[in-house]
Design a binder for this molecule. Structure first.
Ligand code: F2R
Ligand code: MG
Ligand code: MG
Length: 300
């Protein structure tokens, strides 16, 4: 279980860093090259913030998590954040309550971007044994920046996928149909239900263009979370993450979310050493995963 916690968070950072090298390309242009160094972006940066806050507060505290995001962003604003989160951080800095800020974006609709889902892996780990709490906390934590139902449900589905992968037997088979059925049963949103049902029908599909056209590869949560869940079923850690990135589009985020699920399923030993050795702040990320594990599983 400890190796799975570590695999999940390192998986986010590796998938993000690898994917960031191909962001915006189409699946036809993808040709994988080994990187010299793995520098991650906002996806891993915010995942670290979620983990730091869960550890410090020994569970979810919205005010503390919002302040942790703000501090990390102000320390390193160059990590490739999209429009929404920095706009929210500026509002919070100027005194707007964190519970209100996200509801003002996009003409009051809130964001349906994948920023809530890309960072949710530590919540999937921490609440893996309690689906009700997992849903509540994933919704609340993504709601700090993503008020739109589709943004929050994306975070819930990604967190639940991480929890199912974590709970699957180490190195044992996880049945793809069963995994997708559990996710379909858990979702409360029709768009995610339809996409996950489509993912099930496409399990044997060979054409990446078809996968992109049916599941998406975009910055919207509903066009990337089902794609990452699907990609995580494409083999071991390396195959799944390379498959996800090879779909093109929002490659760092789809890579990060696939890496989270596959890392939780297979554990840290399945992540190639040649990637782990080059990962920016890899030891710190491993330490966060260890702390989450010892607080959660050992009650320390
Ligand atoms: N920002 C990026 N990629 C751009 C290039 C970065 C470049 N390489 C660099 O280094 O600078 N990636 C990161 O952003 C994504 C996560 O975004 P998040 O946090 O969800 O942001 P936001 O702004 O809330 O939503 C993203 C966009 O989606 C559209 N959108 C969302 N809700 C909408 C609504 N209700 N109505 C209309 N449009 C909506 C907007 O275009 C948002 O800006 C990840 O890919 C991460 O890697
Ligand atoms: Mg990014
Ligand atoms: Mg991205």
């Amino acid at each position: 279980m400890l190796k799975k916690f570590i695999g999940c968070l390192v998986g986010v950072a590796v998938g993000d860093a690898l994917g960031s090298l191909y962001e915006g390309l189409s699946s036809l242009e993808f040709k994988f090259e080994e990187p010299k160094f793995l520098r991650w972006t906002d996806d891993a940066h915010m995942t670290i913030g979620v983990a730091e806050s869960l550890i410090e507060k020994r569970g979810f505290d919205g005010d503390h998590m919002a302040r942790t995001f703000l501090k990390n962003y102000e320390d390193e604003p160059w990590r490739g954040y999209a429009y929404g989160p920095p706009a929210i951080f500026r509002m919070i800095r100027s005194g707007v309550k964190w519970e209100k800020a996200a509801k003002t974006l996009f003409n009051g609709e809130g964001s349906y971007g994948n920023g809530g889902a890309m960072r949710v892996a530590p919540i999937g780990l921490f609440y893996h044994d309690n689906p009700k709490a997992l849903r509540e906390v994933a919704e609340a934590a993504s709601g700090i920046t993503h008020a739109h139902e589709l943004g929050r449900e994306g975070a819930v589905m990604q967190a639940y996928a991480v929890s199912l992968a974590l709970r699957s037997g180490y190195k044992s088979e996880l049945d793809p149909n069963d995994f997708l059925d559990k996710l379909i049963e858990f979702t409360e949103n029709e768009i995610y239900r339809e996409k996950l049902e489509m993912a099930k029908r496409l399990l044997d599909e060979k054409s990446k263009l078809r996968i992109v056209s049916e599941l998406g590869n975009g910055i919207e949560a509903y066009n990337s979370v089902p794609t990452a869940i699907y990609s995580s079923l494409k083999g071991g850690f390396e195959e799944s993450v390379c498959y996800a990135i090879g779909l093109g589009g929002d490659t760092d985020t789809i890579g990060a979310m696939t890496g989270a699920i596959s890392g939780a399923r297979y554990g840290i030993d399945a992540i190639p050493e040649r990637w782990r050795d080059k990962l920016e702040r890899g030891k710190y990320i491993e330490k966060l995963a260890e702390k989450l594990f010892f607080i959660k599983v050992k009650g320390e």
